[in-house]
Design a protein around this ligand. Structure first.
Ligand code: ADP
Ligand code: MG
Length: 324
């Protein structure tokens, strides 16, 4: 059974960046305003947040599969399960790594620390001094899965994926301060609390891109969507095309939308131009496909073709308008 759980967990967590994405989303769900991440050898070391924390009595269950504090009514299942799986992240991590959690809520007078193995709490949570919030330590990822471990890239490649992930979350969540550093070094990335989208783009990509940003906003009541984002149309010297999409605040892929946007840029911009495109799409969560497997970041939603059409038409107008 442990082996089956481990294989399932290895599907959810394929590399350090997948684990980190889950942890960041948990910190954001817990209303953190400050998230600090430390990386060691291309793997996760720890993540510290200042969110609501975990109650002592919940330590027992948080690493059991399908345990979540985020479902209150059955109806929520539809809403919250938008991105496929709930209550599986910490459980999965505990099956494929050494996981330790320290947390303090506002109510508790001290923090508690616990270690997990294969979904189970080891011993009892230990009382400890600490501030409100949660510290999650993930070490020795895939220590028990040789093949998965061998499939990992070099530490610097894994780190690059992590860096890219954190920059996207930082741009999407400018009110939250993010810090990312390698084990002993100083921060490679730091965004302040209560920043804004443009300022964070400036910090991460530099002034040229930040000053070329165009705000892009569509509200469509018929198709029940709302899109906000920032795009560039000036010659953009970053080494690669930057395109990232959040749907209902989750970083996802949508090939259909991306391809249509690529095509617009190919029509209107000179060759070898690398635009920056950040989009935040809000959909009625009832319209998003709930049957998405955790490893699939690709999302499908109702009226997809019409929504893509509406977005690309608006983008075309925006790019033409800003050129003249
Ligand atoms: P889910 O996020 O789908 O609920 P997870 O396995 O990611 O499932 O987390 C399990 C539970 O652990 C969460 O529902 C939440 O109650 C708690 N939790 C995890 N991370 C944090 C955190 N950083 N701050 C507060 N609570 C957390
Ligand atoms: Mg989670």
């Amino acid at each position: 059974n442990d082996v089956i759980n481990r294989i399932a967990a290895g599907e959810v967590i394929q590399r350090p960046v997948n684990a980190l994405k889950e942890l960041i989303e948990n910190s954001l769900d817990a209303k953190s305003t400050n998230i600090q991440i430390t990386i060691k050898n291309g793997g996760l070391k720890l993540l510290q947040d200042n969110g609501t924390g975990i109650r002592k009595e919940d330590f027992e269950i948080i690493c059991e599969r399908f345990t979540t504090s985020k479902l209150t009514e059955f109806e929520d299942l539809q809403k919250i399960a938008t991105f496929g799986f709930r209550g599986e992240a910490l459980a999965s991590i505990s099956h494929v790594a050494h996981l330790s959690i320290t947390s303090k809520t506002k109510m508790d007078i001290c923090a508690y620390q616990a270690e997990y193995n294969d979904g189970k709490l080891k011993g009892q949570p230990k009382p400890l001094a600490g501030n409100q919030g949660t510290v999650i330590t993930v070490e020795d990822l895939f220590y028990n899965m040789t093949v998965r471990k061998q499939a990992l890239r070099t530490p610097s490649e894994e780190y690059q994926k992590i860096y890219d992930l954190v920059t996207k979350y930082a741009i999407h969540n400018p009110t939250v301060g993010f810090a990312l550093k390698k084990h002993t070094s100083s921060n490679d990335l730091r965004t302040p609390i209560n920043s804004n989208h443009i300022e964070n783009v400036r910090l991460i990509y530099g002034n040229t891109i930040a000053s070329g940003l165009i705000e892009f906003h569509i509200e469509n009541k018929d198709l029940e969507f709302n899109l906000k984002g920032y795009i560039t149309n000036v010659n953009y010297s970053h080494k690669k095309y930057q395109f990232f999409l959040f749907i209902n605040n989750r970083l996802v892929d949508c090939q259909g939308l991306k391809k249509s946007i690529d095509a617009i840029y190919q029509t209107y911009l000179p060759k070898n131009n690398h635009p920056f495109v950040y989009l935040s799409l809000e959909l009625n969560s009832y319209n998003v496909d709930v049957n998405v497997h955790p490893t699939k970041h690709e999302v499908n939603f109702l009226n997809e073709a019409e929504i893509i059409e509406s977005i690309t038409t608006a983008l075309e107008e925006k790019l033409l308008g800003s050129n003249s």
